[in-house]
Ligand binder design. Structure first.
Ligand code: C2E
Ligand code: CA
Ligand code: CA
Ligand code: CA
Length: 271
């Protein structure tokens, strides 16, 4: 059957799309156990060009469908329980890497994407923290990226989780900043550390004066609130220079590095 949300998502798709949806949903439950998931990492650099952190990006190598993008399977995972298994699996992979870095005395940070549906679960914080502590990872080395939409819609439960996590020393970041409904109230109310300026601003930053004005003002507001700003989706040297001129504090995108395998990333941070 189709629940309301699914029906809305898929109402203009064909039967074969619904078959694919159902097929993905069924095979998602076994993806972690079958070792079909893997991660890639995409570095973030500061204005001086030093690698300061990296975003963990999830990939799924499906035995029959091949590589399935998270843009397709995360919303499906959110419809059932598998988002929790998947989210905790990503957390474990990130902690494994951070623990390896700590052993080698390499000082670095990782950002992971957290689904609002997962964050809302009553056992999220305890399970998440149990994994982090099992690997003896310093909490301040982990940033949790939440989408702006999740925080705005995200009722008091999400806000309580964000406060809990901040109190435990984790960093909190607002992903895709600037494209959600612009309700800025939560910025002063919540213990957030970072804004990720969405790539729609960065891709238009060279030609369009109004985009530059918006990014500059986001950065000024962030500075006043003592938040870092990461420019997302930097694809050209021109975009990098403009984002720097607007006052962004860190930069991520294909121009700097594409998402890379764990082995490539190891090579990079050991340079
Ligand atoms: P996001 O968090 O906004 O991640 C950034 C996306 O932009 C990534 O796509 C990344 O590969 C891509 N990207 C990076 N640099 C550039 C660039 O210069 N230009 C362009 N056009 N794109 C760039 P990806 O890896 O396909 O991930 C898509 C989305 O899937 C992510 O968007 C995030 O919302 C979600 N996602 C990825 N991994 C996870 C995860 O572990 N858990 C959850 N809940 N969601 C995830
Ligand atoms: Ca993200
Ligand atoms: Ca983003
Ligand atoms: Ca996004």
């Amino acid at each position: 059957y189709l629940d309301e949300e699914k029906e809305h998502l898929y109402s203009h798709f064909s039967a074969s799309d619904i078959d694919r949806y159902n097929y993905i949903q069924q095979s998602l439950g076994r993806a972690t156990a079958n070792n079909e998931l893997f991660i890639e990492l995409q570095p973030q650099y500061n204005g001086a060009g030093s690698l300061v952190s990296s975003e963990v990006l999830l990939r799924w190598n499906h035995p029959h469908l091949g590589i399935v993008t998270p843009l397709e399977f995360i919303p499906i995972a959110e419809q059932n329980e598998s988002i929790a298994d998947i989210g905790l699996w990503v957390c474990n992979e990130a902690c494994k890497l951070l623990s390896e870095c700590q052993t080698k005395n390499i000082n670095t940070k990782l950002s992971i994407n957290i689904s609002a549906k997962h964050l809302a679960r009553a056992d999220f914080v305890s399970k998440f923290v149990a994994i982090v502590n099992r690997w003896r990872v310093e909490h301040k080395c982990l940033t949790l990226e939440l989408t702006e939409a999740a925080l705005i819609k995200g009722v008091s439960i999400i806000q309580r989780r964000v406060r809990d996590l901040a109190q435990q020393g984790f960093c909190l970041s607002i992903d895709d900043f600037g494209i959600g409904d612009s309700n800025l109230n939560y910025l002063q109310d919540l213990p957030i550390n970072e804004l990720k300026v969405d790539k729609v601003f960065i891709e238009a930053i060279e030609g369009r004066k109004e985009k530059k004005v918006m990014v500059t003002n986001i950065c000024n507001m962030a500075k006043a609130l003592e938040l870092d700003t990461v420019a997302e989706g930097v694809e050209t040297t021109g975009q990098l220079n403009e984002a720097k001129a607007c006052g962004c504090s860190a930069f991520q995108g294909y121009y700097l590095d594409k998402p890379m395998s764990v082995d490539e990333w190891r090579g990079k941070i050991c340079e």
